[in-house]
Design a protein around this ligand. Structure first.
Ligand SMILES: [Fe+2]
Ligand SMILES: [Fe+2]
Length: 245
């Protein structure tokens, strides 16, 4: 697969997947189903009522690491971004995490000798899964509702600190969590690549590694959207709150 060109409105949606099959889960998050025929990106977006410009920016952000139209991305309505991020959470909790667990379980069962090291991987992953689930849950219960509360007119009369306390949101712990969920996925790959005695089914281990690379790339892009788009937007809204008081 060669990653070239950015995705434009007049490209056939089917060709987007041929250009970069890793975009498939991103397309799914917009609730677009396969079977596009020869429809272009613009036609499919119009059919599903999707904001075309937002779709193209998100797709190209995942497609090309150098593509990130920061100023333009910061202009999109916050709800549009939050709803997209929530869809990604669903993908991680319902697909990526359980399937990774299943692949690790199959790898452990393929072990032929002393399997203690593989058991350690299993334990490492279980802790990681809980950590990522807690991070996603905390964003769903604190971060996103806090952002939404600030843009919601009903909360406008309240004091900023009171709203922040209500949702218990902290910039510092959010940033530590982001660092940790990415680093641990990288650590897991490195344990498999560098240190694990190769006493298991190699095909299964390769599949797990391919999967972990996809997972890490997707999660990195996800966290980048939150850090570079949503957090500065939140800071702006907070600043407006303070000014209006
Ligand atoms: Fe998130
Ligand atoms: Fe996050």
């Amino acid at each position: 697969m060669t990653k070239k060109n950015i995705v434009t409105r007049d490209i056939k949606m089917a060709d987007v997947i041929h250009m970069n099959y890793l975009l498939l889960p991103v397309i799914n998050r917009f609730d677009i189903k396969l079977g596009f025929g020869d429809k272009t990106v613009e036609q499919v977006c119009s059919e599903y009522g999707i904001n075309l410009s937002f779709f193209l920016d998100i797709i190209n952000t995942y497609h090309d690491p150098k593509y990130f139209p920061l100023d333009k991305m910061r202009e999109y309505p916050i709800n549009l971004i939050v709803n997209y991020l929530l869809k990604s959470h669903e993908h991680y909790t319902q697909k990526m995490l359980p399937e990774t667990e299943q692949m690790i379980d199959e790898l452990v069962h393929s072990c032929r000798g002393d399997c203690d090291n593989l058991r350690l991987i299993e334990d490492f992953y279980k802790k990681y899964k809980t950590e990522l689930e807690n991070h996603l849950k905390s964003e769903e219960e604190k971060f996103f509702p806090y952002v939404k509360a600030l843009i919601d007119k009903k909360e406008k009369e309240k004091n900023l600190e009171a709203i922040r306390r209500k949702y218990n949101f902290s910039y510092a712990s959010h940033s530590i969590e982001h660092e940790s969920v990415i680093t641990k996925l990288l650590d897991l790959k490195n344990i498999l690549i560098k240190y694990l005695p190769p006493d298991y089914d190699h095909g299964k281990c390769n599949n797990l590694l391919y999967w972990l690379f996809l997972f890490e790339d997707d999660l990195r892009d996800h966290e980048r959207l939150e850090d570079v788009i949503l957090l500065p937007a939140l800071e702006n809204i907070e600043a407006q709150y303070r000014q209006n008081k």
